[in-house]
Design a protein around this ligand. Structure first.
Ligand SMILES: Cc1ncc(COP(=O)(O)O)c(C=O)c1O
Length: 379
């Protein structure tokens, strides 16, 4: 018998819901990716660079021109300097960056603090490295972190804390005070951080993204993972990056080197060029806020309850006053019977906490959002 290293993992709910949506011809607001095209300027750049012959391996650390643009952008937006040669690495999506950062940090028996609901790639990476997840449960509707409670879960085995802001699946974002409290509870400890900040530009209502790198103490112990796929509507390109101080980047790169070595060359050229115009990322919050608002307006008169998403491209809605069906069952019912697919929030908790909340992805064209809203208003 082949012994599984991840015996508890099966087909993910994302695959299941998307397959169900396809089978029943439902509007697919389940998986987190846009159903519209990226900027034609970016697509054209990709084609041009491929055509001009930039198709062989990129440098292991990523194209220098792209790392340079990231360094400029991070300093401009967050006032944080990262050295182009030693502190920025381009990866195959944020997923690879997160895996490499966890692998570089976690050894057998190390404890890793994970806030739930949590994005699903953290846990397998922790387990494969022999780490022990220590869960902190956050609750609907605000999913706030009680930092005193987090402090009570820190032991002499705690090695890593993974934070995600703006947050998938809840749409909540960290405040400056969250960063201060985080710094306070780890100040005299040998604890590292992963900042999963893939939605850094998808933030609403004038809120500011508080990157871990804006806090000098946190910056020194953080791997910040980002994703061009999320920012520029090209999730299929799988280009991400990791920003980390030199001592951490050295170890990060040892893993990245043998995980993928390097990533898709023509896209790195295209992105390096595209990033030179800051409007391309500064316009993203408004672009997505418009989508969030179309979706919220379309369900404003429905019986669903919601707190407007603060960031990411996800909106949570609560249906507990409509039915007491389990969230997984209700999501399946909505897909099969009414024709709108979503993701039940309980799947993001290891103990499947069910607060009767569904996650809808509003990275969709206006017609899809309106139609989904009409259907949900009929509930
Ligand atoms: C919170 C979070 N982190 C990381 C990722 C992965 O990003 P990428 O597609 O760049 O690998 C996602 C994608 O859904 C995400 O939602």
């Amino acid at each position: 018998m082949f012994a599984s290293k991840l015996p508890n993992l099966g087909t993910t709910i994302f695959t299941t819901m998307s397959a169900l949506a396809a089978e029943y011809g439902a509007l697919n607001l389940s998986q987190g990716f846009p159903n519209f095209e990226a900027d034609s300027e970016l697509l054209k750049l990709l084609g041009e660079y491929a055509e001009r012959g930039y198709n062989q391996y990129a440098p292991m650390t990523g194209l220098a021109a792209l790392r340079e643009q990231l360094s400029i952008k991070t300093e401009k937006l967050y006032g944080a300097f990262y050295d182009v040669d030693h502190e920025i690495t381009i990866t195959s999506g944020a997923t690879e960056a997160i895996f490499a950062a966890i692998s570089a940090t976690v050894s057998k028996g190390d404890e890793v603090i994970v806030f739930e609901p949590a994005y699903d790639s953290y846990l397998p990476a922790i387990e494969l490295n022999g780490g022990v997840p220590v869960y902190i449960t956050l609750h609907y509707p605000n999913f706030e972190v009680d930092w005193d409670y987090v402090a009570s879960k820190i032991t002499n085995k705690t090695k890593l804390i993974i934070v995600n802001t703006p947050h998938n699946p809840t749409g909540s974002v960290f405040s400056k005070s969250d960063l201060d409290k985080l710094a306070e509870i780890i100040q005299d400890k040998n604890i590292y951080l992963i900042g999963d900040e893939v939605y850094e530009h998808i933030i609403f209502d004038g809120l500011v993204h508080h990157s871990l790198c804006t806090h000098p103490f946190l910056k020194e112990r953080s791997f910040i993972c980002g994703s061009f796929g999320k920012t520029f509507h090209v999730t299929g390109w799988k280009i991400g990056y990791c920003l980390a101080p030199k001592v951490l980047s050295v170890e990060f790169r040892k893993i990245h080197q043998y995980l993928t070595f390097s990533t898709f060359t023509p896209a790195q050229y295209a992105l390096a060029e595209y990033l030179k115009n800051e409007e391309h990322y500064l316009s993203i919050p408004t672009f997505y806020q418009t989508k969030r608002d179309i979706f919220l307006k379309s369900i404003a008169n429905s019986r669903l309850k919601f707190v407007p998403s603060q960031g990411s491209f996800f909106q949570n809605v609560c249906y507990k006053h409509i039915t007491d069906q389990k969230d997984v069952d209700f999501a399946v019912y909505l897909t099969k019977e009414l024709g709108v697919a979503s993701i039940p929030i309980s799947v993001f908790y290891h103990k499947n906490v069910d607060e009767k909340v569904l996650r809808f992805c509003f990275a969709k064209d206006e017609a899809t959002l309106q139609k989904a809203g009409e259907i949900l208003s009929s509930l």
